[in-house]
Write a protein that binds this ligand. Structure first.
Ligand code: ADP
Ligand code: MG
Length: 725
């Protein structure tokens, strides 16, 4: 059988594919949030008092009393049963990037064997999954007990449908019996709380009298690839590792820029609309979709929401993208770098903080007073990024995101802040003392409102910055496409809380002085802040070599290329102290996170390395040998006819095949080593030894792909996976 039979079959299947039967969906007004038990639905079905109590919980996070929980559960049950629900599940977010759920029936039988449905407040509020096999780092060692889940009422309950059933999903936190966070939601809720407390202090000092609770917001842009399932299913690497471990560059890649914002292929558009209709039913505000830079790459972005809800929705969106892709005969790749040589996928996390009384604090606003608040909050972010760049790098670290960061298409692995020309000049002027004029109203004469009159969306949008101000929010661009947004949001909220707290202290001291002028105090604090932390502000080309050099040598910033180098930041003294002080993560919780992420990094690389060995030995080497067999037969036959065949091709294939197998043997031997004294050493070994050997195998395999006869090549090629839809 020729090696590429599966490829030919795949192409035939795709060419002769019947379009999927689809029908026009209902109007938006009918489908929007129809599967969500949100406040509007609660108001319809609850007594005034019960509704008031739930609303208070949703808005402030205050605990729900047992009696109200029972009333809510009863209303929820009625609603769910009317929609065909038979099961319910606490859905939670363990420290991996996945979503976890355990389903329970609403049904129980009574003494007479009659089936009745039961769903009480305590079932709603608390679940006990057997959490022992979720990664929990050292917490497992100190505490062998199981974990439990608890409803997070700030994120609404919803229904997930399959073709023949429906399940009530209850967004939950996941913790150990001793109360340690084992998930990504608890720290996010806590970081929001910490940010709120620190922000309240600063705003009070700024003379605000009415200050509603502050919340962080998040709008995440998700990039992904679609590959026809016929191809993906015949690539073990795509199936098991989510990326191609082999593959020669095609003659045509993305060099024509003809895919970016191009017309969306009809089949993909049908898929996107299907995803979006499901999102709408779940109350997830899908807002934009378009082609991305690489062929076969797309983006979807919902409208921003409260960070905690956005994080749950983002997680749900990743699940739906994958599930729906299957239905449409695609595989959706969320991996950061599924294909070498073309762009990878990121997840831009747009983030701001605000409340109902002061609005978005990262919006410069219309009045001098708003401007001052804005400068303080923006300054706090600058300080946070400068002090905790390595932490921000650690929360986006993964084996897969390492392929993208620092390559010439994604932000560098150096954390700096881009402010845009206008804003950068304002901060620079404050630092240089140009705006801090005398008390005699000099400041106002300078025309503060004009100075801070920014264009909403500065035309120059620096795509090379990992962390950019974009008019009324920051955009963390270095986040990977497969990652949960929670880690980055926790880090951003926490560094903001820490810096706002520092600012509050400084501001208070200055305002205490008799006759202190508010604007002057603000400018003085920002001047000090910029003198210490202004080095993090950078508006130039983040991809350039000069920056890589200057950032490290002149600015003292860190360039952290791999996860192995990045994760230890989670164990830094200053990081531990900040998380403890803000109450976001205890030392034990932080340590367990470090251990879980380190383990995941090691496992991902080892799984890939084993696959490289396996595919090289059982698919690629046999193809090369088969071709050599054909060439040598031909050569012998030709010689018999008295015709000489140039044997240089055979020779070069034999050389490459031998070199590949030599590298495979080295890699196999390297994988045997397991006596590491700690996780950091093991990570370094993966980053510096294993990955290099994997690349070595690949180099030879990719040369073979370009030399072995096409009809013998067993793996779908890049040109097929990227261009055939
Ligand atoms: P672009 O690709 O130009 O960066 P998009 O429109 O694709 O912009 O995505 C921008 C994202 O930022 C959207 O999710 C949007 O809702 C979100 N966003 C807008 N304003 C804010 C804000 N104040 N806070 C958080 N996110 C925001
Ligand atoms: Mg963006």
């Amino acid at each position: 059988m020729s090696g590429n039979e599966t490829r030919v079959q795949a192409i035939n299947n795709i060419t002769n594919r019947e379009p999927m039967a689809v029908s026009m969906p209902e109007p938006l007004s009918e489908m929007w949030a129809c599967d969500v038990f949100n406040l509007a639905k609660m108001e319809e079905s609850l007594s005034k008092n019960a509704f008031k109590a739930v609303k208070n919980t949703v808005h402030t996070g205050a605990p729900l009393d047992a009696a109200t929980a029972d009333v809510v559960a009863a209303a929820m049950k009625e609603w769910a049963l009317s929609k065909g629900v038979k099961f319910f599940s606490h859905i939670f977010y363990p420290m991996t990037n996945v979503t976890a759920e355990k389903h329970d029936g609403l049904i129980i039988t009574n003494a007479d064997g009659v089936a009745i449905t039961e769903f009480t407040g305590s079932l709603l509020i608390k679940g006990e999954p057997d959490g022992s096999s979720f990664p929990n780092g050292s917490i497992r060692m100190t505490n062998a007990a199981r974990g439990y889940t608890a409803w997070d009422p700030t994120s609404p309950v919803f229904i997930m449908h399959t073709d023949n059933g429906a399940t009530l999903m209850i967004p939950s936190v996941f913790m150990s019996w001793t109360g340690e966070a084992l998930d990504k939601k608890i720290p996010l809720l806590r970081s929001n709380q910490a940010m709120n407390e620190a922000a309240q202090k600063v705003l009070s000092l700024m003379g605000e009298t009415e200050i509603a609770p502050l919340n962080s917001s998040c709008g995440a842009e998700q990039e992904y690839f679609l590959v026809d399932a016929n191809f993906a299913n015949s690539r073990p690497d795509l199936l098991l590792a989510g990326r191609t471990l082999f593959g020669a560059e095609p003659a045509k890649g993305q060099q024509f820029d003809d895919h970016y914002f191009g017309a969306i292929p009809a089949r993909v558009q049908v898929f996107m609309q299907d995803v979006e209709d499901q999102l709408y039913r779940l109350g997830i505000p899908a807002k934009t979709h378009h082609n991305e830079v690489a062929p076969g790459q797309f983006e979807i972005a919902p409208y921003f929401e409260a960070a905690n809800v956005a994080a749950d929705h983002q997680q749900l969106m990743m699940t739906l993208l994958k599930m729906t892709a299957k239905k449409h005969g695609f595989v959706c790749l969320l991996h950061e770098k599924p294909f070498a040589g073309i762009n990878g996928s990121g997840k831009h996390v747009n983030w701001s903080v605000g409340n109902a009384t002061q609005g978005n604090l990262l919006d410069p606003g219309q009045t001098p007073h708003d401007n001052l608040n804005f400068l303080l909050f923006c300054g706090a972010v600058i300080r946070g990024v400068h002090l905790h760049g390595p932490l921000l790098r650690a929360v986006i670290a993964s084996a897969s995101n390492d392929h993208r960061l620092g390559a010439n298409e994604a932000p560098p692995a150096i954390l700096s802040v881009y402010l845009g020309d206008q804003l950068e000049k304002v901060f620079q002027d404050i630092k240089d003392g140009k705006l801090a004029t005398s008390k005699a109203g000099g400041l106002m004469k300078l025309g503060l409102p004009q100075i801070l009159h920014f264009e909403r969306d500065p035309g120059d949008r620096n795509r090379t910055s990992p962390f950019a101000f974009t008019g009324n929010r920051f955009e963390f661009r270095a986040v990977g496409s497969s990652q949960s947004v929670s880690g980055p949001l926790v880090a951003m909220n926490t560094i903001l809380a820490d810096s706002l707290d520092w600012i509050a202290g400084k501001l208070e001291a200055r305002l205490k002085k008799k006759g202190a002028d508010q604007a002057e105090a603000v400018f003085a604090v920002i001047k000090e802040l910029m003198e210490e932390h202004g080095n993090a502000v950078f508006g130039g080309d983040g991809y350039s070599e000069e920056w890589h050099k200057a950032a490290v040598e002149e600015r003292g910033l860190k360039n952290i290329p791999t996860t192995a180098d990045a994760l230890p930041a989670l164990q830094e003294k200053s990081v531990k102290a900040m998380f403890r002080k803000t109450g976001v993560l205890s030392a034990v919780e932080l340590k367990s996170r470090y251990e879980v992420y380190a383990e995941q990094y090691i496992l991902s690389i080892e799984v890939e390395a084993r696959l490289v060995v396996d595919m090289a030995k059982t698919m690629i080497y046999p193809a090369a040998i088969q071709y050599l067999f054909e060439l040598s037969n031909t050569s012998v036959g030709m010689a018999e006819m008295g015709v000489d065949l140039d044997n240089s091709v055979a020779k070069s294939i034999a050389d490459e095949a031998n070199a590949m197998m030599a590298a495979v043997n080295k890699l196999s031997a390297a994988l045997e080593k397991d006596n590491f004294s700690n996780a950091e050493k093991h990570m370094q070994y993966c980053a510096n030894e294993i990955r290099g050997l994997m690349d070595e195998v690949r180099v030879h395999a990719d040369v073979l792909e370009t030399e072995v006869a096409d009809d013998l090549w067993p793996l779908p090629k890049y040109r097929e996976m990227l261009f055939i839809k």
